[in-house]
Design a protein around this ligand. Structure first.
Ligand code: DCP
Ligand code: MG
Ligand code: MN
Length: 340
């Protein structure tokens, strides 16, 4: 016998069966077992029926198909689709995309890919999807990462990092940036910037620091751990991961650490403090004034043709955040006024 279905193997009501099956699956996955069961009964009846059903009366005479389901079947036969299914698919997809989109690091494009493959639950992802390391960590701490961190816990996290860093290298400048520096009462994560005023002592610090914080079980999972050589060109030395304060009452928290040379620290501070929208408008303003602003540096006298830089301009010293505002001819804005 052939592996390919021959004509007689194809049920004459296959199109209807397929739609009903989709609906049954959706009901099952959305925990409506009762409706799923009703649809499954109708499906098995149709599978046993070897002639095409055409009219409402004919369908009603089949065992296990009530009036509501018969109406749905007529609709499928007449239009090739089922409004209820379409509505449900749309709604359910949105709900699932929403669920997946709340996993740390997952954007709408990845969420949609998973929905399109047919994944519906976090367990589907855990058991069926091929996940990257970061996606696994995001799933592992799904609910924890949705919790905001109270401000004073961020202070405690900073304290742990500071103590560890100072035993490795004295005299470091350690500043917690992000929403914390903008004065928020709660934060999504803890963003720590480290530099050294002597311009060299920040070097070879990140690895021993991370090792030390792992040895004390403060860092418990890694997300991004790179140096400049393996990362995209121009990225900071950085560690993104998961930490937890000692004691049973503390949740795993997201932590980002960047280590920067002192000459870049003001640009890094400005960038790492955000907000993201504020950063975007600052960079845009720089662009409009023949400058170039990044997380590393500020250039003036930049000449652009469209998006291309014809002349990269000249690097200017930026000893403080204030100096960057001055170049841009902006009044200084303290971190608490940088939400937009
Ligand atoms: N940042 C940026 N562009 C990105 C990511 C980050 O400009 N794509 C900058 C601006 C952010 C800062 O880095 O304010 C820190 O990033 P976070 O994601 O930690 O954002 P926040 O600290 O501002 O908010 P949250 O409380 O959610 O952590
Ligand atoms: Mg943050
Ligand atoms: Mn962060």
């Amino acid at each position: 016998s052939s592996a390919l279905p021959v004509e007689s193997d194809v049920n004459p009501n296959q199109a209807v069966i397929d739609k009903l099956q989709e609906m049954a699956n959706l009901y099952r996955n959305s925990n409506d077992k009762w409706r799923a069961f009703g649809y499954q009964k109708a499906i098995s009846t149709l599978k046993k029926c070897h002639r095409p059903v055409t009219t409402y009366e004919e369908i009603r005479r089949l065992p296990g198909i009530g009036s509501r389901l018969a109406e749905k079947i007529v609709e499928i036969m007449e239009t090739g689709s089922m409004t209820k299914l379409e509505e449900y698919q749309t709604d359910a997809d949105i709900a699932v995309m929403d669920l997946f989109g709340q996993i740390w690091g997952i954007g709408p494009a990845q969420a949609k890919r998973w929905v399109d493959v047919g994944y519906r639950t976090l367990d589907d992802l855990r058991t069926k999807a091929k996940l990257t390391h970061n996606q696994m960590i995001g799933l592992k701490y799904y609910s924890e990462f949705l919790e905001r961190i109270p401000r004073d816990e961020v202070t405690q996290i900073e304290h742990v990092v500071r103590e560890a860093a100072e035993t490795i290298r004295p005299g470091l400048l350690i500043i917690t940036c992000g929403s914390y520096r903008r004065g928020k009462a709660t934060c999504g994560d803890c963003d720590i910037l480290i530099t050294h005023r002597d311009g060299v002592s920040h070097e070879h610090l990140l690895y021993p620091l991370v090792d030390k914080l792992k040895a004390s079980n403060f860092l418990i999972d890694d997300l991004v751990y790179t140096d400049k050589h393996e990362d995209e060109p121009g990225a900071h030395f950085r560690y993104f991961g998961v930490c937890r304060l000692p004691g049973d009452n503390h949740l795993p928290r997201r932590i980002d650490i960047i280590v920067v040379p002192y000459a870049e620290h003001a640009c890094a501070l400005l960038y790492f403090t955000g907000s993201m929208l504020f950063n975007r408008s600052m960079r845009q303003l720089a662009d409009e004034n023949q400058m170039y602003l990044s997380q590393h540096r500020l250039h003036v006298g930049v000449i652009r043709m469209g998006k291309n830089k014809v002349n990269g301009g000249r690097l200017v010293p930026t000893p403080t955040e204030e100096s960057i505002f001055q170049y841009l001819k902006l009044p200084y804005r303290p971190p608490s006024e940088r939400d937009y």
